[in-house]
Design a protein around this ligand. Sequence first.
Ligand code: UD1
Length: 417
Amino acid sequence: MEKISARITGGKTLKGKIGVSGAKNAVLPVLASTIMLGGETTLLNIPSIGDINSMVRMLNSLNIRTEYRADESIHILNEKKVRHIAPYELVTAMRASFFVAGPLLAKTGFAKVPLPGGCSIGLRPVDIHIQGFEKLGVEINFEHGFVEFSALNLKGNQIDLPFPSVGATENIMMAACLAKGETVIRNSAREPEIVDLANFLIQAGALIEGVGSSTIHVQGVQSLSGVKDYFVIPDRIEIGTLLIAGGLTGGDIEIENVNSSYLSSITDMLTEAGLIISYQDNNVRCSFNGDIHPVNIVTAPHPGFPTDMQAQMMTLLTAASGHSVVKETIFENRFMHVHELIRMGASITIDGQSATVKGGKLSAADVKITDLRAGAALVLAGLIAEGKTTVHGLHHLNRGYYNLIGKLRTLGAEIDL
Ligand code: UD1
């Protein structure tokens, strides 16, 4: 894989208007769900980023044809017999590949999927997915690193999730679409990307109610059909990252075509930190010129503050006038950006799952990206550090952001690749 770096000259003020891409975390389950659909589907607003390309390769390996088009749409043709074995190299490269289990079970009655294993931010087991499938009547065997699922007839049931896992909610909801009878998922996750997946499935003919709340009802149907021109929601994490870039550099930026209703868990916190957020029509604007206030943050399932914004928020707080405490409750190892921020002069101490950030100034250094959102945090840090920061390992960033560096440059950042 290409390992590129970026050289960022700190101190430039970001200004201007920019658009954002479709939400990676909505596109991935939507793509997986096309395994269950017959015929043709077209999805719009699909960025060509590493994780989405991996899911497309997964569909191809399962005998589903795809064509990615220059207008950021993808055409999917599901007309041949779907294979039910997910290749090891794709699942281990990207955890979200495990999302194919539910749709494969619904479509073929079988799925053989490698256990995804941990990743750099945590152990990330799939026990909640598996317990949910068992409730739907699925027989499960673990063999040679694979999980083998079989269920000739999926049967609806009441499922109480021990934790509102995003992936488990999606996987179980997808499988339930073609199960016999009603499935009720309690303590379900409520993320906007799950709502988007459900909206897509409803257009395909699924009967789903309550999504976005903590109880989802799915009435099984016989079959689902292809969907024409489904437009995936904009990426709220990309929006949040760009808003921070604007505020942090004392700039004034406007992001076009956002959906304000699902941004508040991020923008409320930015406002508390002193950034000025306003909406006009479908655009959100962030301007700032003053002191960044220290804030205390606890990551939590939606509608709480998203863990996927924790690293970027921490960079913002390195510039605050005082102490902030950031508590990570979702993943057990999501502070790897901290050590790199410290190399740039940040004053941060970690105590278990909490980090105390004392605001101050950053200075340029060579830093290394270890995971997607840590990468965004380090690029943001480079924008305000004194001097030229070299951020290594940009391939991590490109897994989840489409052209973030290009967008920052459009807004006035000085970044050389
Ligand atoms: C999704 C997002 C990811 C985001 C996360 C939390 C996608 C593709 N990824 O990941 O960007 O950071 O939600 O908002 O949508 N857990 C278990 N057992 C399980 C499932 C999860 O213990 O069976 C634990 C995980 O290890 C983790 C926590 O629950 O500590 C949250 O995981 P989950 O909500 O499932 O996140 P993902 O779906 O993996």
